[in-house]
Ligand binder design. Structure first.
Ligand code: FPP
Length: 249
């Protein structure tokens, strides 16, 4: 019998899935440049990847996904590119019902939304309201999100409570601090994926990623697919997570 040269797909363990996956979707611009296309086409392709990857992650059974769609630093990009990204986001929210495809999913936005125009703000509120009582998977979309700003926001809330005598300094602990963040009530990410070969967190979920496994791929975001997601999950399942302790065996 001849052995197939085709690479064997590694089986992921559906009983040991990461609960929460964070994704830094990088490389849209390089994907476009390599094809001689404008950067906007890379973002357009990237937004299609968002839809397919979220659908596949839901099918696999990942309960929480957080995608980094626009950082507090992304405002430094040319106005034309920022406007295009905003139009893709607006399209996503406007068509969220269609993209969720009746999967009963919940959409939440994390980040400072106060700076957005009324169109985007009201669409965000509509989608959050519309999906709030659903019982499916939770998609956090990070827009105008920066982890340092989020941490400072938490520090300020706590300082105010101490100042107002609502809280004793001795009662401040990690659990309380977590409850001041956008991701309150959600488990920390077990796995963070970054595409395009860059290996850093870029101000994404810094507090929440204290014990996350980090997984990098050279693929640019528009080329990322279900096979890559399964590979990341497979690798995650084959790492030893000790959370600062020692192996039990
Ligand atoms: C990084 O690629 C990507 C972004 C800054 C934006 C991510 C946005 C999307 C994937 C599309 C919109 C999102 C939704 C939810 C519809 P880059 O531009 O930094 O690529 P480069 O490093 O190659 O230039």
């Amino acid at each position: 019998m001849f052995f197939s040269k085709k690479k064997q797909t590694k089986e992921i363990d559906y009983n040991n899935l990461p609960k929460h996956i964070g994704i830094i979707m990088d490389g849209n611009g390089r994907w476009a440049k390599r094809r001689g296309l404008p950067r906007s086409m890379g973002h357009q392709a990237g937004s299609e990847t968002v839809r397919t990857v979220i659908r596949e992650a839901n099918k696999i059974g990942i309960k929480y996904i957080t995608i980094y769609a626009f950082s507090t630093e992304n405002w430094k990009r040319p106005k034309e590119e920022v406007d295009y990204l905003m139009s893709l986001l607006l399209d996503y929210f406007k068509n969220a019902e269609k993209y969720l495809a009746g999967e009963n999913g919940i959409i939440r936005v994390i980040g400072d939304r106060s700076v957005f125009n009324d169109d985007i703000k009201s669409e965000i509120e509509r989608v959050e309201r519309m999906t709030a009582d659903n019982t499916g998977n939770i998609l956090n979309i990070a827009i105008n999100y920066g982890s340092q700003e989020e941490i400072l926001m938490g520090v300020k809330k706590i300082a105010q409570k101490v100042k107002d005598n609502e809280l004793n300094v001795e009662d401040i602990d990690a659990k309380l601090f977590s409850s001041m963040l956008y991701t309150k009530d959600q488990p920390d990410p077990d796995l963070i994926i970054r595409t395009s070969g860059e290996q850093r967190l870029s101000n994404f979920l810094l507090w929440q990623s204290a014990y996350s496994e980090l997984w990098f791929t050279p693929k640019n975001w528009p080329d990322f697919n279900r096979g890559d997601l399964e590979q990341a999950i497979y690798d995650f399942q084959n790492r030893k997570r000790r959370f600062g302790g020692v192996d039990s065996e």
